[in-house]
Design a protein around this ligand. Structure first.
Ligand SMILES: [Zn+2]
Length: 124
């Protein structure tokens, strides 16, 4: 898996927007309940708000300048979620042994067997 990252220019733009402060308020609190809603510590790392494994983008709107502590908490949560996601997609060794069969949606036209001519005739 190639992990994408922000370009240096995007990182710089995010840092400038943050003015050196932790931007944890930009991270959706519902997804990261362990994070504080606001934080006034000096920022340290530019991080993805939506991790790229969940199709988050690499532009400044998906970036937040986080302090060491918030970054740590967020990375921990991301890793846990990514592992869960991988597990559900069967990408780890912990996947269920039995593959859950997917029901084909109109995979082929079903030709029902014709009724025999004496279908409605009762046996005596
Ligand atoms: Zn913080």
């Amino acid at each position: 898996m190639t992990r994408q990252n922000f370009t240096p220019a995007t990182k710089r733009a995010i840092r400038e927007r943050a003015q050196g402060r932790c931007e944890v308020h930009l991270v959706p609190h519902c997804m990261y309940p362990a994070l504080p809603e606001t934080c006034n510590r000096p920022g340290a790392e530019v991080d993805h708000i939506t991790p790229d494994v969940f199709a988050g983008g690499n532009d400044a709107t998906n970036g937040a300048f986080l302090c060491v502590l918030c970054h740590k908490i967020k990375t921990y949560t991301d890793n846990r979620e990514a592992k869960k996601s991988n597990r559900l997609q069967g990408k780890t060794g912990n996947a269920p042994k039995r593959k859950i069969p997917s029901r084909p949606f109109q995979a082929r036209k079903t030709e029902w067997p014709r009724r025999p001519m004496d279908y409605n005739r009762r046996e005596k």
